[in-house]
Design a protein around this ligand. Structure first.
Ligand code: ZN
Length: 134
């Protein structure tokens, strides 16, 4: 595991949260991206070496819609950058963690990503991600 690449925050209203986080971080988002297969719209802010990823639902069956219904808005996941995502998945499975994605999938922001099940990580949804080669 390397640095915290980003922190994902579930929000109800992207327009409201765009204003809020722009003021908070004193910068504007550098990217918005819909991941239609996941039912999410994402918006990225860069703050130093770390990013903030806002996530909102694009439909009511979206995992983000379900998360907000259950827990309300707030921190959704913490993402760690890794050098070799396949090797890291193998290592984590050997250590006994439950992976939601045992093969990497395509995420926003040009990344291969995989999630660990929060049941095996004290209730914290953990993402590991690796930048795709350009
Ligand atoms: Zn993420």
């Amino acid at each position: 595991m390397k640095n915290i690449e980003h922190i994902g925050i579930a929000v109800k209203d992207m327009t409201v949260s765009k204003d809020l986080f722009s003021k908070l971080l004193n910068t504007t988002p550098y990217k918005t991206e819909k991941v239609e297969t996941e039912g999410v719209e994402t918006m990225f802010f860069k703050t130093g070496e770390t990013k903030i990823e806002l996530l909102s639902a694009t439909n009511e069956n979206s995992p983000i819609a379900k998360f907000i219904a259950k827990k309300g808005e707030g921190i959704h996941h913490i993402a760690f950058e890794v050098k070799d995502i396949e090797a890291e998945i193998t290592r984590l499975e050997k250590e006994g963690f439950t992976l939601i994605n045992s093969t990497p999938k395509n995420g926003a922001d040009n990344k291969k990503i995989a999630f660990l099940h929060p049941k095996s990580t004290n209730g914290v949804l953990i993402e590991i991600c690796q930048e795709k080669a350009h």
